[in-house]
Design a protein around this ligand. Structure first.
Ligand code: PNS
Length: 163
């Protein structure tokens, strides 16, 4: 367990959580005293899983990590992070193109709350191509996703997609 008391906020849609997400969360949990996995409730996005389902799956998958908490959040990311006592936002980068999307958001978040630092972790090589969208697509067409999501996630996905 890390000795730091820094609280890190790890936001995302987690629709559903993948081994790529879990890799970033586990690595953040080694660096920071507390990691909050923050599940976005963004009503504008067309999620496959409800907020409650996404939170429940994240809790199951992160149950072995004692310093990880899972909670939903709504509204501005930096305000939710601040309200939870976080001073760091953790994002994972899979491909260079991710930075073109994440960079402007990090800059905007910094302008809104300069006291909160965004830090990027590079995805481990095994997960550079893993995304929730691809997993849903492949699973919906009957493909094997067992290498990319925990078994419980695969099971719920197949139930949801009738695959
Ligand atoms: O897993 P995702 O879908 O890439 O996560 C995106 C998320 C939830 C991190 C992003 O949409 C977000 O930060 N939403 C909160 C709303 C917000 O703060 N918007 C302004 C960002 S500059």
């Amino acid at each position: 367990m890390p000795t730091t008391d820094v609280v890190a906020y790890c936001p995302g849609s987690f629709d559903p959580i993948t081994y790529g997400h879990l890799d970033i969360i586990e690595r953040a949990a080694k660096l920071f005293g507390t990691v909050i996995v923050a599940v976005a409730t963004d009503a504008q996005k067309d999620h496959l899983f409800s907020t409650d389902e996404r939170v429940a799956l994240c809790r199951e998958v992160c149950a072995h990590l004692p310093n990880v908490i899972v909670q939903p959040f709504a509204g501005l990311l930096v305000e939710a992070a601040h309200a939870s006592g976080a001073t760091v936002i953790i994002k994972g980068l899979r491909q260079p193109v991710d930075l073109s999307h994440e960079g402007p958001m990090a800059a905007m978040n910094h302008s809104l709350r300069p006291e909160i630092e965004t830090m990027f972790l590079l995805a481990s090589p095994a997960y550079t191509y893993v995304s929730s969208s691809l997993i849903k697509w492949v699973c919906g067409m009957g493909g094997d996703i067992s290498a990319h999501v925990p078994a419980v996630v695969g099971q719920r996905l197949r139930e949801k997609l009738g695959a």
